[in-house]
Design a protein around this ligand. Sequence first.
Ligand SMILES: N[C@@H](CCC(=O)N[C@@H](CS)C(=O)NCC(=O)O)C(=O)O
Length: 234
Amino acid sequence: MIKLATFGPAFGLPDASPFVVKTDVLLQLSGVPYERMPGDIRKAPKGKLPYIEDDGQRIPDSTFIRIHLETKYGVDFDKGLSTTQRGIAWAVEKMLEDQLYWVVITERWLDDANFAKGPAMFFKPIPPPIRGLIVRSVRKGLRRTVHGHGLGRHSQAEIDVIAARTIAAVANVLGDNEFLTGPNICGADATVYAFMIGLLTPYFETRTRAMVLQHQNLVAYTERMKRRFHPELQ
Ligand SMILES: N[C@@H](CCC(=O)N[C@@H](CS)C(=O)NCC(=O)O)C(=O)O
């Protein structure tokens, strides 16, 4: 049976990481039996979660896990979609993963109050004398990464403009559809749901939560997806 390496439920979410939530949904959609297991980034093939173990093979990265499920098990996550819909689905997915993700990191990891009530918990197993040092070094490294990405060079007001447009773009593509591109669920729905549920959690004080709440279709979509894929959170 496939094993999915996870951080585990946190912040009122199925998992602390949107990429783990995405992969969990993809595995459910695939119909291939799997189970979740606690992961450790120090042992992860690319130093990040998620990864899966499948019959002795370890596959890291949610996108390559998807491709593995497609090639090894013949799953077509975008079944029933036109080529245009497939293109839009991929573009929306990557907009969230490669751009909005860094807004999430900024809100959860670089904001002192959110960090203290959220990600700080990951450092609890480290003994106090060195914990502070490690926390400071990890947060400094992340600030550098967000700066290197480019988002970290913008003012808060500019980040708000980008985040609001990105969220509105997803809401506009969704429109009155049941799923992102229409009546058929597709691979990118796993990512859209993972990010929207992450933005909507009331656990953190964030500007993006208010942005999503302005789009009733996104809120209702997230509720529908949660009922289907993570009913244990109801
Ligand atoms: N491209 C990867 C991204 C995964 C990722 O960024 N995971 C983060 C958690 S959200 C992680 O494990 N970070 C640990 C680290 O960077 O040290 C995927 O799609 O799986």
